[in-house]
Ligand binder design. Sequence first.
Ligand code: URA
Length: 440
Amino acid sequence: MRMTDIIMKKRAGEAHSPEEIKFLIQGYVSGEIPEYQISAWLMAVYFQSMSFTEAGYLTRSMIDSGKVFHLKGLKGPLVDKHSTGGVGDKLSLILAPIAASCGLQIPMMSGRALGHTGGTLDKLDSINGYSTALSEKDFQEIIKKCGFAMTGQSKDVVPADRLMYALRDVTATVESIPLITASIMSKKFAEGAQSLIFDVKCGSGAFMKTQDDARALAESLVETGRSLGRKVVAVITDMNEPLGKMVGNFLEVEESILALQGQGPEDVMEVTYRLTAWMLVAGGICTTVEEAETLCRKKIHSGEALQAFLENVKLQGGDPEELLAQVGKRRSKYSRDILSGRTGIIQSIDSFAVGLAGVTLGVGRNKTEDPVEPLAGIEFHKKTGDRVNKSERLCTLYGEDPDLLKEAARVVENSMVIEESSTIKKNKPASLILEEITAL
Ligand code: URA
């Protein structure tokens, strides 16, 4: 087999065989196929795309390029959730304990914040003592004891993706749907998940800005999963406004604890319940999402979900009592309120701008090696649709540097549109759940 022929085939829009994809991935990882040929192939894929079956072959070959977690000691069902990334997206912290208290086992390997979107690992690292660098043995043991564990992605998993993602970044081929699909799915399946629920975010603060783009990715994830014989559900959710009231690392841990205590904001709980419900259906615990949502609500009201979370905090090195005592108290050194300049109704809050303000404060990072500020962030006192009076507090920003706080405050202030009308014009959608695509 010759790489040149494989490039020509894709350039002509023809479909690859599993052997060709395997040859290409193995050759790339071993260094036998040079990056300039892989680059040419990536561009051919960008223009000609791939069928779901081919994306499945690519996912399979990428999984085989490295270590695969078998998590043999676990009885399952092992169901994980993946979000394409948003602002204020703390759902993993709420959903994993709810799902675990319903009987699922969740092997959760998460990422760090990058650009305007937050990262689950940075949020968890803001809990004193909490370790997100678990050995495979500890990962399994903690899942066995409390139903879920949260750790970082192992460097040994899918080395083909690490190489190819960096190459896609410099060859302007990141946006290819089959390449995104294989990149995300190979990591999740290699990490031991049997079934996957995707939260495909859509809107200004998301990777996919339009519903058409979000649908194309959702369909690709679901159909490629089907071609691999896996249960996959993709839920397209609105990400035009930050989720919940808190954007920040410890701030979002706090909001997650409040949610597990039954005091979660409506938008956060709507998406959390739906995603968890699909996890329970995919895992065979419930037969319908309606039944599953009812079970999730019961686990919040009974306190079992909160107990699962606190148990996990303890098992991963944190102190649950100390953590509960810190809610509402642990804040950055400096804070700054933004007051409304007029009386009216908040028409919109641009989540992309809020995410960028978060990066300025140190919630997120521009480069993977940048540090983050655990206590920095933004607390919204008002959200879209709320009526406000002139000089009323809209939100409070927290940070470690007064100059950066001032800069971020300007961005957040501009992100909020307030009009003096008595009705909301650009209302948020009636539901944040925009579409659901399933392969069960
Ligand atoms: N996230 C990934 O893991 N891979 C992509 O290609 C895009 C987003």
